[in-house]
Design a protein around this ligand. Structure first.
Ligand SMILES: Nc1ncnc2c1ncn2[C@@H]1O[C@H](COP(=O)(O)OP(=O)(O)O)[C@@H](O)[C@H]1O
Ligand SMILES: [Mg+2]
Length: 1107
């Protein structure tokens, strides 16, 4: 059996009627009563056919939960009680499955719930369409565009705390699967006048308050703002704070939303800068100043505010100031500059603020579009959501109302067109004859407003562009001439005398009979608002800024692009965008949501009938119902109809096996319903009067009751019988089971008793047998045991005897041995006493020494001559031996060490030893030298071609060759020299060229002097009178001082067999020419590393600064 699904219908449990088309009789009164009844029962949605009427509940209703979304998902429109979700679902499925682009048109007056409705539709679609990371991001961006636009485009008004002050149309784009790809937003006519002035008890746009309340101290400081609303003239103070609205929290939401939508941080900052600048513009005040020529001029009162604005906008202050004081008019080639008076200056200021904000808003919309636009080029399906201002009839209606109402006329027009078209198409499809329907077509009103030659908008444009003085009055005069005869136009001054005496129509007004009622417009401000003038000086000033965003907002300020042509007027711009919108909507399948505001107090549960009646009228809802039920009030597919009413006819109940159309025919014929009440379409039955439908419903209800009784009766009988049969069956089963149970119990008892008796008897028999067997066995065993015991006793007796004999023999041997021992000891005692003591002593000593040497051998330290350790002495009496052994061992290992030396190495060590003797503990430099090997020949003169000549002159083997510093005797300066020492002489040569400077035989050297410090200065003293000593002693410095002097000392010793004197002192004398000069070492800071600094102080003193 197929899964039976409970088919529900809109008609189930209806409060009033869920679809107004079913109202009977249909009057305005019953219509309102129905709405009220439903509203009182929290049913805020009611249909007119496929149109949803939504009455704002002004309270949270639990009908937007995820469960509700699931309930309405994939259900037919009339299956459940009316809900905005049903419409959204229908639209979405039609888009996804039938590939029809959709638009959702939401109308109603301010506060009626349009914006909420549009958000509900969007959130429903978001909930039911595809999922996945990418799709979710698109959804999130689309949804988050709302808070941003609301912050900048919404404001608190008398009617609505969050009123949208702009029209919004959003196309949501989907791919073939129905997953969202992106969107495009269009905005219409922001109410920019609100920026500079708000009606009483209303607020400026939310963003201003949000910024001041929610901006961090740091941000406000950057924007040069103060937190206090009172500081700003543009912020109406009447209701700066709105109940239940947390501006600061909203500011965070907006910033977050901007981030999600994709604004860069610096973009967001730029936007806020413009907002701050607009706010501050309101604080610029002007004062009059009379000029000699009698003209009034204006001056800015406090330039500080202007300065800050210019800083915010990256403006030149002088440029902006000038733009507030002058106006340049250009005509052909001429440029005329006129000064502005105070009123004009204020006008210019406000115009700038309004324009700046309006353009910023448009920029925001474009910027959001850039972020949310679909990334692919594949064909897209589109769902448009239009949230636009509804009809407005105020006490004082101006240009804005005129424009808004014009837009609504257009919407009504396409509503009529599309509804009728749809209705007609259905009739044709179903093959039912189309009867002409009388309805009011508002094309004539649209014509009155938008006709290109004599429409009101065209007249207004013509007036605005005309040379000469143009005022609102001249405009009205013109209207009076051109439109007077129009049947929908009323004016007091029109030549037609119809309204000459109508005192309800003032002279400065005209009245239009809109489809939704008459509206009287005051002409004041029409011309100005249509012109929407911003002095060119201001736009040029704005363009000159280096603030990229502001510059982009005023492209016309670019002198290169300047044109003398006037920008299009506000009216013609709006008309153009409305035309585009209408064209767009006409290509789509429309879905209507008509919002109604139940009271003016924003209060829940209150339903002001007069107010609703007014809205019902101007929304044309009655008209709507009439069109819907023009031919037939109700239509339904045959399947649904048969399913619902098949119980009313015996032939169709419970099953009808043939075609559903025939089934319905049989059903209706049997019910004797008059034939004119029906038409049979191809797939649907059309019912002319709601009354008939309700009769059917009544019959169904009664029949259902009967059926219920019948079902109940049969069910009860069946239940009782089933119960009885069950009882009977159970009883039999139970008794069978009981009997079986008792028999079984008895049998088991008998069985166990038998087994018990059996086992006792078997046990007794077995024990008897066992006893007999045991006795037999014991008799056999006892004989063997007795024999064994007897043999044992005999054997033990023999053993005892043998043991006794052996013990006696042994005792005799022991006693004999003792006796012999005693005899021998007595004999030898006398010999033993003479020698044994010494022998034992020597033996002991020998053992000890042997042990000592063996252990020492094991513990000997390493062979290194520098090793100092020696094992501890084991016995006190070996003290001297131990020390001696240590000394001998040391000498031996030193010898071993020396024996390894080659001759060359011995020489090196001798040299090192010599150096040690000469300098150790005497000169501080010595310690450094210990580690340095003494190479001697550092220059390898023989191999260096540069020193060829020098090499030639040396002849002998080189002992040492190195570069040293020679100290000038006269001034203490240093010069690099080659120092070569051979066996018999030393040579001083130029370091660069190798040119020999002096050759001194070593025999001429008497002594050498050095300091005690770490420096490398040394003096070589020469024999007085020798040729070498002509100029005096030599002073050198070298890092290898120790090596040089050691080698010199040894060379001289080998040559002369004499040891020269090496003087180590911090003060010594040298012989320079004829003078004896004292070389004195002093401690001081060092400039050039380790090199000593020498300074010739006077004739007698040369000071050497050492570290
Ligand atoms: N379906 C609804 N459920 C609960 N409150 C609603 C609903 N529709 C509107 N409202 C309330 O009415 C206020 C005005 O609605 P809004 O959509 O902003 O009006 P409009 O856009 O038509 O001017 C909202 O702020 C909200 O408090
Ligand atoms: Mg709104």
């Amino acid at each position: 059996m197929a899964k039976s699904e409970v088919k529900t219908s809109l008609l189930d449990n209806m409060i009033g009627v869920g679809d107004s088309v079913l109202l009977e009789p249909l009057t305005e009164h019953t219509f309102l009563e129905n709405l009220k009844k439903r509203f009182d029962h929290s049913e805020i949605y009611t249909y007119i056919g496929s149109v949803v009427i939504s009455v704002n509940p002004y309270r949270h209703l639990p009908i937007y939960t995820p469960e509700k979304v699931e309930e309405y998902r994939n259900r037919n429109f009339y299956e459940l009680s009316p809900h905005i979700y049903a419409l959204a679902d229908e639209a979405y499925r039609s888009l996804r499955d039938q590939d029809k682009d959709q638009c959702i048109l939401i109308t109603g007056e301010s506060g009626a719930g349009k914006t909420e409705a549009s958000k509900l539709v969007m959130s429903y679609v978001a909930a039911v369409c595809g999922k996945g990371a990418e799709v979710n991001q698109v959804k999130e961006q689309l949804l988050q565009s709302n808070p941003v636009l609301e912050a900048f485009g919404n404001a608190k008004t008398m009617r609505n705390d969050n009123s949208s002050r702009f029209g919004k149309y959003m196309d949501i784009e989907f791919d073939f699967k129905g997953d969202p790809l992106g969107g495009v937003i269009s905005n219409y006519l922001l109410e920019k006048s609100r920026v500079v002035k708000q009606p009483r008890d209303e607020r400026n746009f939310h963003i201003f308050y949000q910024l001041l309340s929610g901006g961090s101290e740091d941000l406000l400081k950057r924007l040069k703002l103060e937190r206090d609303f009172k500081q700003y003239n543009y912020l109406g103070l009447d209701s700066a704070e709105v109940n239940g609205m947390d501006d600061a929290a909203n500011f965070r939401t907006v910033k977050n939303a901007m981030q999600i939508v994709g604004f860069m941080d610096d973009e967001a900052e730029s936007v806020l800068e413009v907002v701050a600048a607009v706010l501050k513009l309101g604080n610029i005040e002007f004062k009059p100043e009379s000029r000699v020529n009698g003209l009034d001029e204006s001056r800015i009162q406090d330039k500080n505010e202007l300065k800050e604005i210019c800083e915010l906008l990256g403006q030149d202050q002088a440029v902006l100031e000038r733009a507030f004081s002058f106006r340049t008019v250009e005509a052909k080639q001429e440029k005329v500059s006129t000064t502005l008076n105070v009123a004009q200056a204020y006008y210019a200021r406000d115009a700038l603020a309004k324009n700046l904000y309006n353009r910023l808003f448009t920029w925001l919309v474009n910027r959001i579009n850039e972020s949310i636009k679909a990334q692919t080029k594949v064909r897209k399906k589109v769902m448009g959501v239009l949230d636009i201002y509804g009809f407005e009839i105020f006490e004082n209606n101006s240009f804005e109302q005129f424009i808004i109402n014009y837009c609504n006329e257009k919407l009504q027009q396409i509503f009529i067109e599309l509804t009728l078209k749809e209705e007609q198409e259905e009739y044709i499809k179903e093959g039912i004859e189309w009867t002409h329907i009388e309805y009011f077509n508002n094309a004539i009103i649209c014509e009155l407003i938008e006709n290109n030659t004599n429409g009101i908008l065209a007249m207004l444009d013509e007036e605005c562009l005309r040379p000469g003085t143009v005022t609102d009055e001249t405009f009205l005069e013109k209207l009076n001439q051109v439109c007077a005869i129009h049947e929908r136009f009323e004016s007091r001054m029109s030549k037609s005398s119809r309204f000459l005496n109508d005192t309800t129509l003032p002279h400065n007004c005209f009245r239009i009979q809109h489809y939704a009622g008459k509206v009287m417009y005051h002409v004041e401000g029409f011309v100005d608002k249509n012109n929407d003038l911003l002095y060119r000086d201001l736009s040029q000033a704005m363009w000159k800024t280096n603030h990229m965003l502001v510059k982009a907002l005023f492209p016309e300020g670019n002198p290169a692009k300047m044109s003398l042509k006037r920008p299009p007027t506000a009216g013609s711009q709006f008309k153009a965008s409305v035309t585009t919108l209408m064209k767009n909507l006409q290509t789509k399948n429309p879905n209507y949501i008509r919002c109604i505001k139940p009271n003016d107090q924003k209060a829940p549960h209150a339903f002001t009938e007069a107010l609703v009646c007014h809205q019902v009228r101007y929304l044309g809802l009655m008209e709507n119902v009439r069109v819907r039920r023009a031919g037939y009030a109700f239509k339904q597919p045959y399947e649904s109809c048969l399913e619902r009413y098949k119980m009313l006819c015996s032939q169709t109940w419970p099953h009808w096996r043939q075609g559903t159309r025939d089934g319905v025919k049989v059903l209706l014929t049997e019910l004797r319903i008059p034939a004119e009440e029906f038409s049979y379409g191809r797939s649907k039955i059309f019912i002319r009067n709601p009354r008939t439908l309700f009769e059917l419903e009544d019959l169904r209800k009664r029949r259902l009751e009967d059926l219920a009784t019948l079902i109940q009766k049969i069910y009860r009988g069946w239940k009782c019988r089933t119960n009885f049969l069950l009882l009977k069956k159970s009883q039999t089963t139970i008794s069978a089971w009981t009997r079986r149970h008792f028999q079984r119990k008895k049998y088991l008892h008998l069985k166990s008793v038998t087994v018990l008796i059996q086992s006792y008897i078997r046990g007794w028999k077995a024990r008897k047998l066992l006893r007999e067997l045991k006795h037999q066995k014991r008799c056999e065993e006892s004989a063997t045991t007795i024999a064994a015991y007897w043999r044992g006793t005999q054997a033990r007796k023999d053993l005892r005897r043998l043991k006794e004999a052996a013990r006696r023999k042994h005792a005799i041997a022991v006693i004999w041995a003792y006796w012999l021992g005693y005899e021998v000891r007595r004999e030898y005692r006398k010999f033993f006493r003479a020698n044994a003591g010494r022998k034992i002593y020597e033996f002991t000593i020998q053992r000890i020494m042997q042990k000592y040497f063996l252990e020492l051998k094991k513990k000997l330290p390493s062979q290194s001559p520098t090793e100092r350790t020696w094992p501890a002495r084991p016995y006190l009496f070996l003290d001297n031996t131990h020390t001696e052994l240590k000394r001998i061992f040391h000498l031996w290992r030193c010898k071993e060490y020396r024996d390894q030396f080659t001759e060359q190495k011995t020489a090196i060590f001798e040299e090192k030893l010599e150096a040690s003797e000469l300098f150790k503990d005497k000169k501080a430099l010595y310690t450094n030298s210990v580690r340095q090997p003494f190479h001697g020949d550092y220059l390898e003169i023989s191999k260096n071609p540069k020193y060829q000549k020098l090499n030639g002159a040396v002849e002998e083997k080189i002992v040492l060759a190195d570069v040293v510093n020679k100290i000038n005797r006269a001034n203490g300066k240093r010069a690099l020299r080659i120092f070569v020492l051979t066996k018999s002489k030393f040579i001083i040569a130029d370091q660069k060229s190798g040119q020999i400077k002096s050759t001194i035989p070593v025999m001429d050297i008497t002594s050498v002097s050095v300091s005690k410090q770490t420096d490398g200065l040394f003096a070589i003293h020469l024999k007085e009178g020798s040729t070498a000593a002509a100029k005096g002693d030599f002073l050198f410095t070298s890092d290898r001082l120790i090596e040089i002097i050691t080698k010199l000392y040894r060379t001289i010793f080998f040559k002369t067999n004499q040891k020269i004197n090496v003087e180590i002192n911090n003060e010594f004398l040298v012989q320079f020419n004829q003078d004896k000069v004292c070389v004195k070492f002093i401690q001081g800071a060092q400039k050039n590393g380790n090199l000593p600094a020498c300074k010739r102080k006077n004739n007698r003193l040369l000071e050497v600064t050492v570290p």
